[in-house]
Write a protein that binds this ligand. Structure first.
Ligand code: CAA
Length: 287
């Protein structure tokens, strides 16, 4: 298995910045790129803040905080990821955007560099086919918030080599995560099960079974989930939930996966969840 030191990250949103933080705290050098310079700066500030507050709470030492900070560097051009041995893409859950990124990465990074997507539902086989190195392409699906959630779902595309897959497993373990292996089918393991549950909760609201708040209480207190389905949907982003349901519906061709019209309506209205301060709940008063 290849020894990996330098990881590139494409996309500095909530997933990319979380992956960068966890990678740096577990000994990897990190270069993080985003098309938005402001977005990149926001992510770096956010990571620094997270590292500082963890040190203040005694989760790690101040020296470890500083060491992790030093390991994360911004990249202002995709080509600055050239020397990375692994690049993890964590851009928007949009096929067109991801395909473009993989085509561009394939042209700029070294020949042996592994290219990994943090996609929550898009086919790894199809992403790999955008490159001339599909054997070096795999999925590493991190959960949000990355520093807290223990799981990485590893996804093997049709052409992913054994060596690539065992390397990403080793990287996930070095990051302190638990790795499960999933095959490349729509939604993989987590979202094949989680999203229909969230979608069903939205149907229950739509059909008047109970209010969003009561359904959340029911699932939290009745089934011991840390967040109810509406809180979780707002946390993930309703646009992401809809995109995943559409992949399940289209990819599996079964009407049981059809996205609830109410979910579509919220997305059309721009109520995307916590990041927009409005989803099933109102977050206007929260910073
Ligand atoms: N980054 C880093 N740490 C965070 C964090 C973040 N964004 N959010 C919370 N934390 C930490 C807090 O610092 C706190 O740590 P300490 O206890 O050590 O101080 C700890 O997590 C608990 O936080 P809080 O007390 O503020 O809040 P909580 O107890 O309500 O927990 C939660 C928050 C961890 C998010 C919890 O509600 C939870 O586990 N929710 C479910 C999350 C989940 O299911 N995620 C998966 C979504 S699916 C997905 O990501 C895949 C996909 O493709 C859609």
């Amino acid at each position: 298995m290849k020894e990996l030191k330098l990881i590139g990250i494409v996309g500095a949103g909530q997933m990319g910045r979380g992956i960068a933080q966890v990678a740096a705290q577990n000994g990897f050098e990190v270069k993080i790129f985003d098309v938005s310079k402001d977005g990149l700066q926001f992510a770096l500030n956010f990571i620094h803040q997270q590292l500082k507050s963890g040190a203040e709470k005694g989760k790690w030492s101040e020296a470890q905080e500083m060491e992790a900070r030093k390991k994360i560097n911004p990249a202002y051009q995709l080509s600055e990821l050239k020397n990375c041995q692994l690049v993890i893409e964590a851009a928007s859950e949009n096929k067109k955007i991801k395909f473009e990124i993989f085509k561009d990465l394939d042209n700029v990074v070294d020949a042996g560099c592994l290219l990994v997507s943090n996609t929550s539902s898009i086919s790894i086989t199809e992403i790999g086919a955008q490159t001339k190195r599909p054997h070096l392409v795999a999925g590493m699906h991190f959960m949000n918030p990355v520093p807290v959630m223990k799981l990485v779902e590893g996804i093997r595309g049709l052409e992913t080599s054994e060596e690539t897959f065992s390397t990403i497993e080793a990287v996930a373990l070095k990051m302190g995560k638990v790795f499960i292996k999933a095959n490349d089918l729509p939604g993989f393991a987590v979202n094949r099960i989680l999203m229909p549950m969230i979608n069903e909760a939205i149907y229950a609201l739509y059909e008047g079974v109970a209010s969003a708040r009561d359904i959340d209480q029911a699932m939290k207190l009745g089934t011991n989930q840390p967040m109810g389905p509406f809180e979780l949907a707002d946390f993930i982003g309703l646009d992401t939930c809809l995109a995943i349901m559409e992949v399940l519906h289209e990819g599996l061709g079964d009407s049981k996966y059809r996205p609830c019209p109410l979910l579509k309506k919220y997305v059309l209205a721009g109520r995307m969840g916590k990041k927009c301060k409005r989803g099933f709940y109102d977050y206007a008063s929260i910073n």
